[in-house]
Ligand binder design. Structure first.
Ligand code: GLU
Length: 295
């Protein structure tokens, strides 16, 4: 009897940071990751990336979970709250220290402006009386190029040779938290906004350092506020979603992703709209180019 090869289970995730409520960018990422995973008969997990305790608030976590529920998204398992698992990230950071791939650094931003950091060679030790950051030396394992399911070969000009894993003020970084959890949760494909393209090669390097294969990536179109400015928290806080009509929001999000919407109406339940969208989800209909925000 020939062996039966079962296709590996698709595992996707949506990973908002609760530094505010959901906005149009979050809606698009939530929708894209959900449709893709469910269309592939896969699992879709919800992860709250709240490690930055200065920016993230519990009230936003609760609001985001409720808003996603109102929009009809049904995630597998319970939401994974990163701040409840800080020990895991500290252990994984230690693994990199032990391998000689992470090092403590005493440089402040202004020191680094004056001269390059040499801390890697200093082998500093963290003690009770020190507040060193923990840095990681990015290895250019992918030549700043990676394969994106939608965009094909992507090359980024953004080059960094250092990532902070734990800041001097003890905040565990998004990059460490995200890669550790994507590994632990067995995520097979990451669907997220194109604003995270630049950091992807550094995350691929981190996978390599943990001796893991990076997952597949699928970056959704960059959202432009107008012809010049991309939607970002830096530009100004993007408007929160108006949940008076979640159906309308879903239809707007689906239009942005260039999915069929002609037979959808605001009188349908959110579950019906999502079920129809999942069924006929067409990943390659999504634009590869930045798009103007439509809400
Ligand atoms: N937490 C990140 C954000 O809200 C998303 C991270 C990711 O999808 O990799 O921008």
């Amino acid at each position: 009897m020939s062996p039966v090869f079962l296709p590996a289970m698709y595992i996707g995730r949506f990973a908002p940071s609760p530094s505010g409520r959901l906005h149009f960018g979050s809606l698009v990422a939530a929708l894209g990751s959900y449709l893709r995973a469910r269309h592939e008969n896969g699992r879709i997990l919800l992860r709250i990336e709240d490690l930055d305790f200065y920016r993230c608030k519990k009230e936003y976590t609760n609001l985001i979970i409720n808003e996603l529920h109102t929009l009809g998204f049904e995630y597998d398992g319970v939401p994974y709250i990163q701040s409840e698992h800080t020990n895991v990230y500290l252990e994984k950071a230690k693994e990199l220290i032990d391998k000689g791939e992470a090092y403590y650094c005493h440089c402040t931003r202004s020191m680094k402006k004056v001269e390059p950091c040499h801390c890697k060679n200093l082998h500093l030790q963290q003690t009770e009386n020190t507040n060193y950051a923990l840095n990681y030396e990015v290895k250019n394992v992918c030549n700043n190029t990676f394969e994106d399911v939608l965009l094909g070969k992507v090359h980024t000009d953004y080059i960094t040779n250092e990532l902070t894993l734990i800041r001097a003020d003890k905040v565990i970084s998004y990059n460490l938290g995200c890669v550790v959890d994507d590994i632990l949760e067995g995520v097979t494909e990451i669907v997220r906004g194109a604003d995270l393209i630049d950091i992807t090669p550094s995350q691929i390097s981190l996978y390599k350092s943990f001796d893991k294969e990076a997952p597949r990536y699928l970056h959704l179109p960059l959202i432009m506020q107008d012809s010049k400015r991309k939607l970002s928290k830096q530009n100004h806080s993007p408007a929160v979603l108006d949940l008076a009509s979640p159906q309308k929001l879903l239809i707007t999000g689906l239009k942005f992703l260039n999915q069929e919407t002609d037979d959808l109406s605001e009188n349908m339940t959110v579950y019906k709209i999502l079920a129809m969208a999942v069924d006929r989800f067409e990943v390659f209909a999504i634009s590869k180019k930045p798009l103007l925000m439509t809400v």
